[in-house]
Design a protein around this ligand. Structure first.
Ligand code: SF4
Length: 239
């Protein structure tokens, strides 16, 4: 299951994948400005202790980090070193964050990072070919122990083959949710699966999105079925 840790909240849109960002949608619905980045009340969650003196988050958990912002956003620069300290202290947990700002990675790591903390997995988002060709060379050369490529929301066919090597642990693909969702073409999904199979990289189809094109027909998929329908396709690869 895992634990969600949002040390800061709010973000700025930087590329096509951000157009219908769920953080903006959710904040708009409660009259909040998603562009304002603030430290949250759960900033020190990983190191919080229970009454018995042990950590509140149990050993072995996966901590989904910064899912209402981008961990590498510049507006959080003054807080990030403390966050890294918590991540280092909790080397019994696995931390996972997704970023569209991999080009800031080297400017954001702590002095003792070296080849990377072994308990950190980074997902680099690439929503179209342009972003794949810009972000993935940077991602591949970054000192990160565990790397995942995230094509979500996928917005076009993407040729990833040249970027798939054994440093990449998995590729995850998903469509876009929400009323204004752009189409997710199943042919793009299966094409990336084929590339993963050729290169021996694990693949996961996470969600169909709200508008799903298959066999020439666009289906409206309600939110509650977007994940289950993707799983029903049965096309994940565990290599
Ligand atoms: S980077 Fe992520 S959180 Fe930030 S605006 Fe884009 S989609 Fe939203």
């Amino acid at each position: 299951m895992g634990v969600v840790w949002n040390p800061w909240h709010g973000c700025s849109k930087i590329s096509a994948g951000c157009q219908n960002c769920y953080v903006y949608r959710r904040d708009e619905s409660i009259g909040k400005d998603a562009q304002i980045v603030t430290k949250t009340l759960s900033f020190d969650l990983p190191v919080r202790r229970a009454r018995n003196g042990g950590y509140k988050i149990a050993t072995g958990e996966t901590v989904f980090t910064c899912f209402t912002s981008d961990f590498l956003i510049d507006k959080a620069d003054e807080w990030r070193l403390d966050a890294w300290q918590y991540i280092k202290e909790r080397n019994d947990l696995g931390f996972f964050f997704i970023t569209k700002r991999i080009d800031r990675f080297r400017a954001c790591i702590p002095d003792d990072w070296e080849g990377g903390y072994n308990n950190v997995t980074v997902g680099c988002t690439v929503e179209n070919q342009q972003m794949a060709d810009y972000r993935l060379p940077i991602f591949l050369s970054a000192p990160i122990m565990h790397k995942i490529i995230i094509c979500e929301p996928i917005l076009s066919q993407i040729n990833l083959e040249q970027y798939l090597n054994h440093d990449i642990e998995q590729v995850i693909v998903g469509g876009e949710s929400g009323n204004n969702a752009r189409i997710c073409d199943y042919a793009w999904v299966t094409d990336i699966r084929r590339q993963c199979e050729v290169k021996g990289v694990s693949f996961g189809f996470k969600q169909t999105g709200a508008r799903f094109l298959k066999d020439g027909r666009v289906y409206r998929i309600p939110r509650k079925f977007q994940h289950t329908q993707a799983k029903k396709a049965g096309i994940d690869l565990h290599l």
